[in-house]
Each structure stands twice: as structure tokens, then as C-alpha cells.
Design a protein around this ligand. Structure first.
Ligand code: GLC
Length: 613
């Protein structure tokens, strides 16, 4: 089976905006025209910029990075032992996926205590040491904050589900259900029928869980349903109750006080659901989990969430050191993304993730025109705020596999990295991306660990493939663990795709990533210059120039096709006047001696970065 289709079906189910976004893109007229006002909003860097504006943020899935105890599972001390590596790579901050105490149904995204560390991963003292050692290595620590739901084993939910009169009951989203014979009840709703106090009841509407089944789970003790957007072991919190906000902000402060640099906010657009419980739109057909396809109009991205985010921003603003809020924001378009910055007020998240650039590829091919359109949109339509680009995470097939053609995969991974590190956006990368790690999806159901891959097999094979252990060496367990029984198997590719081997190869993925990150740090135009698209009607080559107005400007060009393509770059209109061209980095040796902007031939999927003075 095509390994991508699993993720496509998951993504379009969990994140139906993606399908809408891809369609909108396909219908968009591509020539780029912006009003003078939009262009004026483009930002240039200044010395007072907060650290996150030029940062490279590196996501770590803690189970899979480095095992220091020999139990086959990664841990915090393992991460600390790799800080030298991260510093040399040029990473400014790590985002650590949830490491809190958890039953691990959703591998940490089901939290049972927000103010501690799961013993599998270490102790609070280990976390303090990671933060302190990180500071010495200039690597900040960002934590993942799951605000939409808790684990069903969290003390709050245990109390909440014990009786309707328990003070914690109103911390979650409950419903009595509707009589099973109510008009309009569907056969699907009837599958979830229970004995209510006055007869048979079914869930109040057609909301389904992104992870399978009805989003409503019955609790006999209270004779009510509770709402869960994800697994039933992840009950949604009731954010209309001020006590919930108070408790959650308190937990965030607990970590901010310990010196973390900010948070990645999990599933943050999902905090609120429609009070009238209206049915989500039916989209037709069934998904990989066997449920009807429905949209998320009434369960996602409701306007109420922005009030919470503004208060959260005000809360973290009280801390010194530019603490940052990054959002997991799958949204349908850039106008919606702009709202997550707070529009002109810039008073919400500093860095909501732009998932339209890096993840629209779940549905689209590698296309210079599509990426140009997307990058220009976020450059010009977010009121001068700072974009955040990301191609890889722990929920989706790795970009090298999504965009790779099986022949030029290495060049394509380098091209994606070139986009990631050379636009004006803050860069967010995922462990293993820098060595070209592949998605290794289980081939039999018995091997699957991610529950959605078990319930959805074979159409949905889960997310294990993008969560396999980091490949450090060609030795036993790829240097990840001393234990031959690692929590997920080490992919067979580890013999050649690993940090040790790639460090010695000047043309490796790893050295390409290192070089780009260093250029971005050291060359002012790449660090914080403006960005102007070049050759904007070229369907095959994406090119742009970065400039501060003084010192060398930097030209970037990438061939998005499998054939060699020749371009002549005209800088007139970009304000850059220099004509002396010097290659800073090229993914193909034929490009290193180029000294002109005329008739440059880029080999298939090649990337070229040059100074112009
Ligand atoms: C986010 C996480 C994903 C998790 C889900 C529920 O999408 O990235 O891994 O399963 O939220 O917390």
C-alpha cells in the first residue's frame, strides 16, 4: 500500500481544513499582486528582535531520541546527553513532546499530572538539569502544553466522573444525551445508545472523535456522556469554566518559573465547542476508522478561543526573556492564521504554525508555484508578524517521503531544508529530518503501537512510522539504546542514515542542514533581511532574494522538477544592485563555480544559495 495514503486519510479526517486548503490553492490565481500596504508590512530584523524571531526550533519526541537507562525508551537525561550535538547543529530551542506523567494511551498527549515528569522519562530534577545544561549550550527548552483535554486518569476527571455534584464535574463537557427515538437520530448515533434516567438515550449530535467512534462517551455513574475530541481516554476540558483556565495557567506558570522558554500548544484551536451542539456538516462517505466523514465547523476554531489566548499572552508577557507561545494551528487559510497572531494587535500567539506551507503537500505535489504562493501569502497577509514554517512532525509521514519521487529523495529533502532555513520565517524542524530519516510504517497490525493504527488497520496504519528511534550510529540499536528491544524497531536504514556516518560526508543531509543553519545565523541578509520573490511566473523554479540594504544580498534558487532548468535572475525591482556573485552553498557540485545571474542551469531538484554584492 502507498505509505502516504494512511496519513492522507488521517490528515483529511483530523484536519479537514487541509482538503479545503488544497482545493482553494488549486483554484487560486497564481500571479502575485500585492497592494503597497501589504508590502509595507514586510518586516526587517532589528537588534532588539526577540530570540524566537530568527530561531531554529527542533522538535524532540522524547521516547525516541536517546535512551540513557537501557529500557528501550528515550528519556530526559538522554536528551541532555545530546545537547552538544544540538548546539553544533545550530539549534536555538528544543520543543519536547509531552513528558508528563501519563498512561501513555496517546504517548503522553493524555496527561495525568501537569506538574511532574513521567518516571519513564526521568524526574523533575532531570528536567531542571536539562534546562540548566541547555542554557549553557544556548539551547532553550520549550514544553508541549495539552490544554484541550486531560487523561481520563487525571485526578480531576476521576472526581468529575464520580458524581454530577462533584465540584470537578463542571470541569469537563457533559451531556445527558437525547431520547433514542428523537426525530433525526441517525443509525450511527443509535450505535451509541445507553440507558438514561428516563429511557434510552443516544449522543446529542453527530460529532465524531478524530481518533475513531462517536466523540461522546457514556459514564454509567453519572448517566451522562462526556465529549472527547481525541481518544475516549482524553476527555475534553470545559474552557467555559473559569476554574479550568485558572488551573491550566497555574500549571504553565509552574514550568515558566522553572525556566522554560515557552510552550507548543497542542490542538489549541479545539478548546471550545458549540454551545448549541449543532451537527457538524456531513461530508459523505466513511473514513479509515469506519465513521462517517463530518467537518468540524462546530468543534474547532471557535471564536471564543481567542479570548483565552489573549489572556495567556498577557500572562506569559509578565515573565522576562521573551517567552514564546507556538500553536499547533491547522487552519483553512492565511486569514484564519492571522487571527491567531491577534491580527493588527499582535496580542495572541507569537508563532502559530503555518501548516499551509509544509503540510498542504499531504494533498499536493512539489510545485514551485504553490510554494511561492503560500510563502508570499504569509509574508504579506499577517500584518508584519513572524511566520513559522514546518514540514515535519510526529503526526505525519515525513516530508522526504511525502514529496520524494523515489529517485531524487536526497535532493528533495535538501530543497525542503533550503526553503525551511532561507525564507524570513522562524524554522521548526523534527528530529531525524537533518539526516534524512525515512518514515518506517509497520507492515503488520501486531507491530503497531499507535492506537489509531490498530483500530484503523489497514487503511490507517498510525503514526509509528514517523516516530522511530533517532539514528545516531551504524552500531547496535543505532546508538539509541543498549536494549535490543526498543519501543519501536530501529529502521533498517540506520546503517547508512545516521549521524556518525553523515558527519564524515561533506555532501550528507546532515552537513547540508548544518551549513544552512550556520549561513542563516551568520549572514545578516539571511538572518533578518527582507525577502523579495524573483522570476514570479516561473512554474519550475522558486527563487527569491534576501537583503538588508547593505552588505551582501543573498539569492536563493531551487529547481522543483526532475529535469535540468535554466534561469536568468533579474534583481531589478528588488532594490539589490550588486553584480558580483559568489556561491555560499549548492546541493550540486556543478553550481559551486557560478559567478553570474545569467543562464544558470540547475540540475534536478537542486538548491543554490549565493551572495550578490
Ligand atoms: C496533537 C498532537 C497529536 C495528539 C493530539 C491529541 O495533534 O500533535 O500527537 O495525538 O494532539 O493530543
Amino acid at each position: 500500500m502507498n505509505p502516504f495514503s494512511a496519513t492522507i486519510s488521517r490528515a483529511s479526517h483530523r484536519f479537514p481544513f487541509l482538503a479545503a486548503a488544497a482545493l482553494a490553492l488549486a483554484c487560486a490565481t497564481l500571479p502575485l499582486q500585492h497592494s503597497a500596504a501589504q508590502l509595507k508590512e514586510k518586516s526587517v530584523s532589528s537588534s532588539t528582535d526577540p530570540w524566537w524571531k530568527h530561531a531554529v526550533v527542533y522538535e524532540i519526541y522524547p521516547r525516541s531520541y536517546q535512551d540513557s537507562t537501557g529500557d528501550g525508551i528515550g528519556d530526559l537525561n538522554g536528551i541532555t546527553s545530546r545537547l552538544d550535538y544540538l548546539q553544533k547543529l545550530g539549534v536555538d530551542a528544543v520543543w519536547i513532546a509531552p513528558m508528563y506523567p501519563s498512561p501513555q494511551v496517546d504517548f503522553g498527549y493524555d496527561i495525568s499530572n501537569y506538574e511532574s515528569v513521567d518516571p519513564q522519562y526521568g524526574t523533575l530534577a532531570d528536567m531542571d538539569r536539562l534546562i540548566a545544561e541547555g542554557q549553557k549550550h544556548h539551547v532553550r527548552v520549550l514544553l508541549d502544553m495539552v490544554l484541550n483535554h486531560t487523561s481520563d486518569k487525571h485526578q480531576w476527571f476521576i472526581e468529575a466522573s464520580s458524581s454530577r455534584t462533584n465540584p470537578k464535574h463542571e470541569w469537563y463537557v457533559w451531556n445527558d444525551g437525547i431520547p433514542a427515538d428523537s426525530p433525526g437520530v441517525t443509525p450511527y448515533q443509535k450505535r451509541f445508545e445507553h440507558d438514561g434516567p428516563n429511557g434510552k438515550v443516544v449522543p446529542p449530535n453527530n460529532w465524531i472523535s478524530g481518533f475513531g467512534g462517536s466523540a461522546w462517551e457514556w459514564v454509567p455513574a453519572v448517566r451522562q456522556f462526556y465529549y472527547h475530541e481525541f481518544y475516549k481516554q482524553q476527555p475534553d476540558l470545559n474552557w467555559r469554566n473559569p476554574a479550568v483556565e485558572k488551573a491550566m495557567f497555574g500549571s504553565m506558570q509552574f514550568w515558566l518559573d522553572r525556566g522554560i522558554a515557552g510552550f507548543r500548544l497542542d490542538a489549541i484551536p479545539s478548546l471550545f465547542e458549540d454551545l448549541q451542539l449543532r451537527n457538524n456538516p456531513e461530508l459523505g462517505g466513511i473514513n479509515a476508522q469506519g465513521d462517517p466523514n463530518v467537518g468540524n465547523t462546530y468543534t474547532d476554531n471557535l471564536p471564543e478561543v481567542h479570548d483565552v489566548i489573549r489572556r495567556m499572552r498577557a500572562m506569559i508577557a509578565k515573565y522576562p526573556g521573551d517567552r514564546v507561545l507556538i500553536g499547533e494551528t491547522y487552519l483553512p487559510n492565511t486569514a484564519e492564521l492571522d487571527k491567531w497572531y491577534g491580527g493588527t494587535a499582535h496580542n495572541e500567539l507569537q508563532l502559530p504554525m503555518d501548516m499551509l506551507i509544509g503540510f498542504h503537500g499531504l494533498h499536493a505535489k512539489l510545485s514551485a508555484a504553490d510554494f511561492r504562493q503560500r510563502i508570499e501569502e504569509v509574508e504579506t497577509q499577517i500584518h508584519g508578524a513572524q511566520p513559522l514554517i514546518v514540514f515535519d512532525n510526529h503526526d505525519n509521514v515525513r516530508a522526504i517521503d511525502r514529496y520524494g519521487d523515489g529517485i531524487h529523495d536526497d535532493q528533495i529533502n535538501k530543497l525542503l531544508a533550503t526553503m525551511l532555513f532561507t525564507t524570513r520565517a522562524t524554522s521548526l524542524m523534527y528530529y531525524g529530518q537533518e539526516i534524512g530519516m525515512r518514515t518506517t510504517t509497520p507492515t503488520q497490525r501486531d507491530d503497531v503501537r499507535d492506537p489509531i493504527g490498530i483500530t484503523g488497520w489497514p487503511n490507517e496504519r498510525g503514526r509509528d512510522g514517523e516516530r522511530t528511534p533517532m539514528q545516531w550510529t551504524p552500531g547496535p540499536q543505532a546508538g539509541f539504546s543498549t536494549n535490543p528491544h526498543t519501543w519501536l524497531p530501529i529502521p533498517p536504514s540506520y546503517k547508512t542514515i545516521n549521524v556518525a556516518v553523515e558527519s564524515k560526508d561533506p555532501n550528507s543531509q546532515l552537513n547540508w542542514f548544518k551549513k544552512l543553519i550556520a549561513l542563516r545565523r551568520d549572514i545578516p541578509a539571511l538572518h533578518g533581511g527582507t525577502m523579495t520573490m524573483l522570476d514570479t511566473s516561473n512554474p519550475d523554479i522558486l527563487s527569491y532574494v534576501r537583503s538588508t540594504g547593505s552588505g551582501p544580498a543573498v539569492v536563493i534558487a531551487m529547481n522543483f522538477t526532475a529535469a535540468p532548468k535554466t534561469i536568468t535572475l533579474n534583481l531589478a525591482g528588488s532594490g539589490v544592485t550588486g553584480t558580483t556573485v559568489k556561491t555560499f552553498a549548492a546541493s550540486d557540485a556543478t553550481l559551486t563555480s557560478i559567478s553570474t545571474l545569467n543562464n544558470i542551469t540547475l540540475p534536478p531538484y537542486a538548491s543554490w544559495i549565493a551572495g550578490v554584492q
